[in-house]
Write a protein that binds this ligand. Structure first.
Ligand code: IOT
Ligand code: MG
Ligand code: MG
Length: 519
């Protein structure tokens, strides 16, 4: 499939009733102004303007693309599909379309499926995408099962606006309340489309109906050890294959079991080279552990050291890219943001082990099975809107990232395994470790979990920044939350570039406010 990057990685789209001549509510999308590229998206890369007049409401869009923007949209009989991202079960999907002339691009394939199944087409997809379908007087806005490509909407009667970054809608008119979707902080009328959901919106009325296309299963499957490890191995192997093309893949490698599994499966099925990269700081790194894996697999490996001051200076960039308000998530994403910004172009296809700890309960150093399943159920009920999987994180440096552990089939399997397969024989993530024993060194298979925020010293250096500014120890987490909110308000709500926002200033502001008990 996709040889390099997906045809499009983001968009801002407007579907308007009078054939696209704006009713004045929202003039031409700002990104359409070639004099101001970068005004709208944090993601880097070329933009193309699309105008579709299929009959009925017209669709105008700015596409963030990777060289072939026409591969990201498809049109037939008054219906237009716009797709950012990619599909991973193309072969399966093609079998549904019988002997029809085979659709070539993922957008063509999606259009053919919508022709056959209407909005239920989205129940069939395993992918990493956000999509808009303009169809007569209605618009469909769809996320993948995990909402891994964030999608935002603002709708008033006559105009539906949708974008893969909330900041692209900051100048939109105040949209109607959409009860099925989460509101975005300080962007009135802008909402985030939930994970695994199609919003069906009437353009003339802005009336909205939501359709869930995926939900994490609450049931648990009982499997014998060997059956479970074989199933995990097979599903993960397929997910890795679907995410690699002919070009050399790059795996962001910590040397933990999650990213090492992805790297090992990538190397296992390829005859060509595999690149791996690890980041560390002056305070902490996992370089020796990653090197063991790289040497075992024979990957072309790099180590990148980011100074802690430079890491913390990237906080505004992490919030700008992820548009997340959760300080814990930002601590996971900050070292990855700093890593991606150090990877020079051209745009790479990056595989990560991100997300494995959620269905496997890896974050919870917990021996008791009830607590493991409680944590898992909680995490699966609360991931939506955190944007931790967003492709914008690497997109700000022009790269495309993808996470095999949140492949729909892998995730469905891992979530469903009974917790005794996850915590077993005294080990966490047992089923994954057992599935990978033949491809990785013993010390990697048995290595205890270390979070990226710990292995890079990010949590402690962020805490230190706050205590140095006078924040008392017991208010540090609250202070982090406030820092992230302030950053969000500047780089998302106010639309400022993160290079213009100094972490130190925001930290001081929060520290002073906490001292005066204003917050
Ligand atoms: P962790 O699992 O340590 O890292 C996530 C991924 O980031 C790794 O699989 C690897 O691909 C990459 N990575 C980590 N460290 C490095 C490094 N030093 N150099 C290069 N790449 C690296 C947090 C965590 O523990 O990260 N993420 C959890 C879960 C988040 C919780 N979310 C939630 N409850 N909604 C995870 O599952 O990934
Ligand atoms: Mg992990
Ligand atoms: Mg780790």
């Amino acid at each position: 499939m996709a040889s390099t990057l997906p045809a499009a990685t983001g968009f801002l789209a407007a579907v308007q009733c009078d054939g696209g001549r704006s009713p004045g509510a929202f003039p031409a999308p700002r990104g359409a102004d070639p004099a101001a590229p970068g005004a709208v998206f944090a993601s880097a890369g070329p933009r193309a303007v699309i105008k579709a007049r299929p009959g009925g409401p017209g669709l105008d869009a700015v596409l963030l693309h990777s060289g072939a923007p026409d591969a990201a949209h498809a049109h037939r009989r008054g219906r237009t599909v716009l797709l950012a991202g990619e599909l991973y079960n193309r072969d399966e999907l093609l079998t549904l379309l019988g002997a029809q002339a085979g659709p070539v691009t993922d957008a063509d394939l999606l259009l053919a499926l919508v022709d056959t199944y209407d909005l239920h087409a989205f129940r069939l997809l395993n992918g990493r995408f956000a999509a808009v379908v303009a169809d007569g007087g209605r618009v469909l806005l769809a996320t993948d099962h995990a909402g891994s490509v964030p999608l935002y909407v603002s709708a008033v009667p006559g105009t539906v606006l949708a974008a893969t970054e909330a900041k692209a809608l900051r100048t939109a008119p105040v949209g109607r309340r959409i009860t099925a979707a989460r509101r975005v902080r300080r962007l009135p009328g802008t909402h985030q489309v939930p994970a695994g959901t199609v919003l069906e919106i009437g353009v003339a009325t802005a009336d909205c109906t939501d359709h869930r296309t995926w939900a994490p299963t609450p049931a648990r499957r009982i499997m014998a050890e060997q059956e479970a490890t074989e199933a995990v191995r097979l599903a993960l192997d397929r997910a890795v294959r679907a995410r690699t093309g002919p070009d050399t893949p790059l795996v962001v490698l910590s040397g933990g079991i999650d990213s090492s599994s992805v790297a090992a499966l990538t190397a296992h099925h390829r005859t060509g080279p595999v690149d791996t990269v690890s980041m560390g700081t002056d305070l902490a790194d996992e370089f020796p552990q990653a090197r063991v894996v790289a040497e075992h697999l024979g990957s072309a490996h790099r180590e990148l050291t980011v100074h802690t001051d430079d890491l913390l200076r990237r906080l505004p960039h992490a919030v700008w890219a992820a548009e997340s308000l959760d300080p814990d998530i930002i601590e996971y994403l900050l070292p990855l943001t700093a890593l991606y910004l150090r990877l020079e172009g051209p745009g790479r296809r990056i595989l990560t082990g991100y997300g494995a700890d959620i269905p496997l309960g890896g974050m919870h150093r917990e021996n008791r099975l009830p607590a493991l399943d409680t944590a898992l159920a909680h995490d699966m009920a609360t991931f939506d809107g955190l944007n931790e999987m967003t492709p914008v994180l690497s997109g700000i440096a022009g790269h495309w990232s993808t996470h095999p552990f949140w492949d729909r089939e892998v995730l469905d399997l891992l979530v469903s395994l009974e917790s005794g397969l996850k915590r077993r024989h005294g080990r966490d993530k047992w089923v994954l470790r057992a599935a990978m024993t033949d491809l990785l060194p013993h010390e990697t298979v048995t290595r205890p979990k270390l979070g990226v925020h710990e292995g890079s010293g990010t949590t402690s250096s962020f805490s230190r920044l706050l205590t140095d500014a006078g924040v008392p120890g017991d208010r540090v987490h609250r202070a982090k939350e406030l820092v992230v909110q302030h950053l969000f308000d500047r780089v998302v709500v106010d639309g400022r570039h993160p290079d213009e926002v100094a972490t130190a200033d925001v930290v001081q502001l929060v520290a002073d406010a906490l001292e005066h008990d204003a917050l």
